[in-house]
Every structure is written in C-alpha cells, then in structure tokens.
Design a protein around this ligand. Sequence first.
Ligand code: NAD
Ligand code: UDP
Ligand code: UDP
Length: 328
Amino acid sequence: MRHYHPSLRVLVTGGAGFLGSHLCERLLEQGHDVLCVDNFFTGTRRNVEPLLDHPRFELMRHDVTFPLFVEVDRIFNLACPASPVHYQHDPVQTTKTSVHGAINMLGLAKRLRARIFQASTSEVYGNPSVHPQPEDYWGNVNPIGPRSCYDEGKRCAETLFFDYHRQHGLDIKVARIFNTYGPRMHPNDGRVVSNFIVQALQGQDITLHGDGSQTRSFCHVSDLLEGALRLMESGPDLPGPVNLGNPEEFTIRQLADLVVQMTGSRSRIRTLALPTDDPLQRRPDISLARKRLDWEPRVALREGLVETIAYFDRLLASGGARPSAPLP
Ligand code: NAD
Ligand code: UDP
Ligand code: UDP
C-alpha cells in the first residue's frame, strides 16, 4: 500500500469519534504528526486516551463551525455526528457542522494549499431508486424531512468541495462512506450494529425497525480506512466522489438474527415503527474504487462482528457503557 511522506502534519476533524480515532491511530503508525480536533459531541476522550502520550499526537477541543488557524499538510474532515439519533438531536447544529465546517476547513486548506478529504456519505443517495448505487446516481433525498439536516448538509458540503476545487484549484478527495461498524462505536450511539450487539449482550429486546426487510451493507472499519487512505494518496485526477463500503447486502432482520445467534443471546426481537424516510435499500457499487484504488473490503460481516461483539462485551463488563445515558 501507499504510505505518506513520513513527516506530514495531518489534521483529523472529528478525530475523537469512531472512525476518526481509528484514523488517528493509523496515521501515527505510518509516522505522521496528527492533530485531532473535536468538540466531543459524540466522540470521547476515551477513544483517543491511548494516543494522548504519543509524542506526535495532539488533541484540541474545537468546534469546526468556527474558524481554525493551524498549520498542516493534509486535512481529513470527519467532524459530524453520524447516527440518526444524534444528528436529529440538534438538526440545525448538524447542518451548520456540515456546511460551516466544510467552509472553514476548505478555507484552511486554501490558505495552506493542503489536500483535503471529506467524509461524505451514502445518505447523499437518500432512498435510492437505483440499486446498487454508483457515484453518478444523483440520489433521491427529501429536502425537508427529519434526515435532511444530515443528508442535505453532506450534499451541500460536497457542492462546496467541488466549487473550491473548480474555483480555487483545491486538491480535494470526496469519499461516500457506506455503513461502517467496528470497535469504538459508542454503545448508545443508536446505529444498528452497536444497538443490536449491546441489546443482545444485555438480554434486552432487539429493537427491529419496520419488518426488517430494509437492507444495508456493512463495512468493517479497517477496510474503510484502508480505502480512505488510498483515496487520500491517489493522483490529482481523482477528486471523487468515490464510494467506499462493503457490497455485501443484508436485510436488517438478517443482521438481528445473526447477532442473536453469535452472542448466544436469549433476547427477543421487538418490532418498532420504521422511522420516517428510512432508506429501504442500500448497497455500494464499488467498481470505481476497485479500479482506481485497487481496493475492496476483505472482512466479512460475520468475522467483523466477532471482534465487535468482543469489544462491547469487554466494555459492558468494565462498566464503560451506561445503557440509558442521555445525549451529550
Ligand atoms: P462519530 O459520531 O463517532 O464521529 C463524529 C465525530 O465528530 C465525533 O467525535 C464528534 O464529537 C465530532 N463532531 C461533531 N460535530 C463536531 C463539530 N461541530 N466540531 C468538531 N467535532 C465535531 O461518527 P463516525 O461514524 O466516526 O463518523 C465520522 C464521519 O464519517 C462523519 O462525518 C460521518 O458523517 C461520516 N460517515 C460515517 C459513516 C459510518 O457508518 N460510520 C457512514 C457515512 C459517513
Ligand atoms: N478559514 C479558517 N482558517 C484558515 C483560513 C480560513 O478557518 O486558515 C475560514 C475563514 O474564517 C472563512 C472560511 O474559512 O470563513 C472560508 O475561507 P475563504 O478564504 O475561502 O473565504 P473568505 O475568507 O474569503 O470568506
Ligand atoms: N435500525 C433498527 N433498529 C435499531 C437501529 C436501527 O432496526 O435499533 C434500522 C434503521 O431503521 C435502518 C437500519 O437499521 O433501517 C440502519 O440504521 P442506522 O441508524 O445504523 O444507519 P442508517 O439508517 O443511517 O443507514
């Protein structure tokens, strides 16, 4: 795989979150200086605790909706709550984080002539009428629903990235990330993989939304980051967007059954209403990433779940997860 030049200074916004903390770790392993910026809305210091003593790691509490003046060579812009429960908690702030955050990080990149990566999302495809989703599909997004703050915020961020690219010649990399899971997801994050595992381990009912026939494709965090790092180091003729995700598709009911079976849990499945605008199907077409990044996921869902279940098992045993913790 391609490696960074050893002495790069890399900014990771949202670096104390699930994906961000793994990314910081990998960048340090590759020999870079890492500046982790986070406002701790959904991320925690605990996620980066093992890195705090590292001589090349720096943690800064900062909200990306405010200007940031630092000196770096690369920017990974990951700051944004990703779980529907969290991004709908303060939807105006969610749009601000995506849009004002993108403007500030793009302004920073412009001043420094730094390459900048945007963590975009499969949500830009909304409830897709094309399946699987290729990058040239424009999506089917409700602009005024409860998910819009996230979906439209991320779409507007993509627009800003491409306008800074065209208007100011900025070196951009836009990844459309599909559902990703793994250790360090917040136990009360609200996303389906963490919810089902925590519920199964605690013997609580598994909260299945709708009839569970809606589909998602789950990518292990290690695969996702490999793709993201390859995209960041790809040539200037690949600004993106590039889909990154695992093309293996499962119904949510299949996921529930698998988690119950793998944990040996006695939890029962409780059916709840399907939330408004919940996409009915989702699966990435990763032809572009295969061709241009020579990348595809290697970790099968069952294999990735073994490790993720073990992580939550340890976390619950150590009292590190409060089942009914309020939103931050
Ligand atoms: P996460 O919630 O664990 O991490 C997001 C981080 O951003 C948190 O540490 C949070 O505190 C921080 N943050 C939020 N608002 C901020 C602000 N205004 N200023 C500074 N920091 C702020 O979620 P994640 O899964 O790690 O997602 C990381 C990024 O990847 C997000 O941009 C998300 O939209 C994107 N993404 C993730 C997935 C996935 O399945 N995990 C899928 C598609 C896109
Ligand atoms: N910005 C920043 N850090 C920098 C440079 C700019 O946070 O090092 C912010 C700046 O506050 C501005 C935004 O990025 O609001 C966009 O900057 P740009 O130069 O593109 O636009 P302008 O300053 O002309 O509005
Ligand atoms: N889901 C579920 N039970 C839960 C949490 C989520 O059935 O406790 C469903 C949710 O309605 C959606 C799918 O699982 O159909 C994926 O949800 P998640 O919030 O993880 O991601 P997103 O909808 O953003 O893809």
